[in-house]
Design a protein around this ligand. Structure first.
Ligand SMILES: Cc1cc2nc3c(=O)[nH]c(=O)nc-3n(C[C@H](O)[C@H](O)[C@H](O)COP(=O)(O)O)c2cc1C
Length: 373
């Protein structure tokens, strides 16, 4: 039987489990349609909101690169350097809901079988703000959006009732999910911030509010590095920076750790993995931990803005891996490495040693005794 790439996630059928995540590659209808033509199974729109958005006066994204021959890390363009991460402080879409509404309709009319997810964001500080979530949800689903992704994770919001600021508050997450579910006729995904102590707590809040899936990770809060010659941050406006978001290769292992926590805590729930995916070997990590879809941003930004080569290689890589391992569908390998992540003390020690997580009179105690002798 030939490898079958199509899959069902939160009740929606995807031609393949690869989506463009909410970011510059999905900031317009023309980009989204190009992405579908290129082969992406789904697209999450750049986040749509109702509050005013004005971006910084300068570049919004840059790429940090490493040299092969020295420890240098820099955003400066140079030959032979390889991508380490993306860094951005871009806000959500600067286009209005009125701008988006006819475009969502147009995309869905042209591509009825492709999955279009509307990413939305509002505040949560008042009933009015909470009703803005409903306005956004209704407007997008009425135009044909197949699902809604709640942005509870943008790391550079000043407003205390938005983005990752509410993504740190399990009760607010629950309230927002519930408010959107009240009006939603389509699945609701919650995109959580990775910058909390225990992401399982926030995920529980989202599920209690009725969310159908968790999406993780958004970018990690971070700063651009400082140029040792000029002593300026490599990205700044008038010498000033603020916390922004790290994406790309460097966050793959970080995001995997979050995902392992999530899929172990909720083995029967739906998860979409993001972070550092550029080819199938990266995506496979998330599938083996239990994700039903994955999303891509940084790698697509660097590949003709919407990742035509990235999606080709994801599809080819998935087919090749499925043939090699004898898998027919994603369900044959989804989650098969989830239970391999265990407590440190469960990892085998050399034969002669027992270890009980630091609780026994071994280790230090034995060393002290030896020192006294
Ligand atoms: C320039 C830029 C803009 C982004 N804008 C959004 C956004 O509007 N909404 C959102 O949910 N995530 C946004 N993201 C986060 C990405 O969707 C994604 O979660 C993150 O970049 C990690 O994936 P990656 O490692 O493939 O880049 C943005 C990322 C970048 C680099």
């Amino acid at each position: 039987m030939a490898a079958q790439l199509s899959t069902v996630f939160t009740g929606l059928r995807f031609e393949n489990p690869f989506l463009l995540s909410s970011a510059p590659p999905t900031e317009s209808d023309s980009n989204i349609m190009r992405a579908f033509d290129a082969g992406w199974g789904g697209v999450v729109t750049k986040t749509i909101g109702l509050h005013p958005v004005v971006n910084v006066d300068g570049p919004k994204t840059k790429f940090l690169r490493a040299d092969a021959s020295s420890p240098r890390l820099s955003m400066q363009k140079r030959a032979g350097a390889v991508l380490q991460s993306s860094w951005n402080w871009e806000l959500i879409s600067d286009k209005t809901l009125d701008w988006w509404v006819p475009r969502i309709a147009r995309v869905k009319q042209a591509y009825p079988k492709h999955i279009l997810v509307a990413s939305i964001m509002a505040g949560s500080g008042s009933d009015q703000e909470l009703s803005n979530w409903q306005t956004l949800a209704k407007a997008c689903q009425d135009e044909g959006a197949d699902a809604l992704e709640l942005n509870l994770s943008c790391p550079h919001m000043d407003r205390k009732d938005m983005g990752s600021n509410i993504g740190k508050d399990q009760e607010l997450i629950s309230v927002v999910a519930e408010v959107v579910k009240e009006v939603a006729r389509v699945p609701v995904w919650a995109k959580l911030t990775p910058s909390t102590t225990d992401i399982v707590v926030e995920a529980r809040g989202a599920f209690l509010g009725g969310a159908d899936a968790i999406v993780s990770s958004n970018t990690f809060p971070s700063l651009p590095v400082i140029d040792p010659e000029t002593l300026e941050f490599e990205m700044n406006v008038d010498g000033l920076v603020s916390s922004g978001g790290l994406g790309g290769p460097s966050i793959l292992p970080l995001s995997m750790a979050k995902m392992a926590q999530l899929t172990q805590a909720f083995p029967d729930k739906a998860f979409s993995g993001i972070g550092g995916i550029a080819d199938f070997s990266h995506a496979l990590n998330y599938f083996l931990l239990g994700c039903g879809t994955v999303q891509v941003c940084t790698a697509a930004m660097l590949d003709h803005a919407i990742g035509p080569n990235v999606i080709k290689s994801l599809i080819a890589g998935m087919k090749a891996a499925m043939e090699r391992h004898g898998w027919n569908t994603l369900e044959d390998f989804r989650g098969i490495r989830r239970d391999r992540v265990v407590q440190h003390s469960r990892i085998r020690r050399p034969d002669s040693k027992d270890y009980h997580g630091g609780y026994d009179a071994e280790g230090y105690a034995a060393a002290e005794a030896a020192a006294e002798r």
